[in-house]
Design a protein around this ligand. Structure first.
Ligand code: HEM
Length: 224
């Protein structure tokens, strides 16, 4: 049955070469922990990706209940947490995943750094990685405000003060993020929500695609 379905699609869109190109690569011995235990350090990029997928899926379910306005944001999170079936679990996954993904990202970056895997020809992928790092931090910063509790409110105020201390363009950055009149308020919440669920995820998808295409083109870096 499945084979017939596959053949039907394949006859029309020729998908075999596509997935063969993705799947037909041998894992080199030096990245296989079964051969060298220390090769486990190569898992951190994949784990970063795995948690990112969990963040996207859990986040999609959170938006079914979350209301991005200052009257209802906290109440909607409270309702999700206390009343909605599995709401506590989905929110918990998103909450803990947000921290864990930064840990994995950091370990991945350390692996690449200490193995010198950023050297020619992989400099561009390092730069893309740095952009990915900023996007991830941005997701953390904007997501933190969304529950609209005291901790979120004052942490965001501190974060915006830090951004405002940037030479020359600091005030402009704060106004762009916080809205006018540059204090954490109704506009800040809607902006942070838009940045958290549209702008940064869009950047994340593009950069991750670029990151993976380059890894496939260049192959994993050689043994030390
Ligand atoms: C969303 C964030 C990221 C994801 C999902 C990701 C994912 C991956 C994956 C799956 C690999 C294959 C090898 C491995 O897993 O170690 C890889 C390789 C690489 N990553 Fe990342 N990465 C991310 C962020 C970064 C950052 C922050 C940097 C550095 C600043 C970076 C630089 C590199 C480089 C240079 C390689 C090639 C390494 C080699 O060939 O040995 N990546 N990445």
């Amino acid at each position: 049955m499945l084979q017939r379905l596959y053949d039907w699609v394949d006859e029309r869109v020729d998908i075999t070469p596509l997935w063969r190109d993705i799947a037909d690569h041998e894992v080199p011995e030096h990245v296989n922990p079964a051969h060298h235990f220390s090769a486990f350090v190569y898992c951190f990029g994949g784990l970063t990706f795995f948690i990112t997928v969990i963040q996207i899926l859990s986040g999609m379910f959170l938006t079914m209940y979350y209301v991005p306005d200052i009257e209802n944001a906290w109440k909607s999170v409270y309702y999700l947490q206390r009343e909605v079936a599995y709401g506590q679990i989905v929110r918990g996954m998103h909450h803990w995943g947000a921290s864990l993904v930064i840990v994995m990202l950091f370990l991945h970056t350390l692996r690449v750094f200490f193995q010198g895997a950023y050297k020619k020809p992989r400099e561009l992928n390092w730069v893309i990685g740095v952009l990915l790092f900023f996007v991830m931090l941005g997701l953390g910063f904007t997501g933190y405000l969304l529950p609209w509790d005291n901790k979120a409110y004052f942490a965001t105020q501190v974060g915006l003060e830090i951004a405002a201390a940037t030479p020359f363009i600091g005030d402009a950055i704060r106004t762009l993020l916080a809205g006018d009149p540059s204090i954490v308020g109704a506009q800040t919440l809607t902006r942070f929500f838009a940045i958290h669920v549209f702008f940064l995820p869009a950047a994340l998808f593009g950069l991750m695609a670029f990151h993976f295409i380059l890894i496939r083109k260049q192959g994993i870096s050689g043994p030390l």
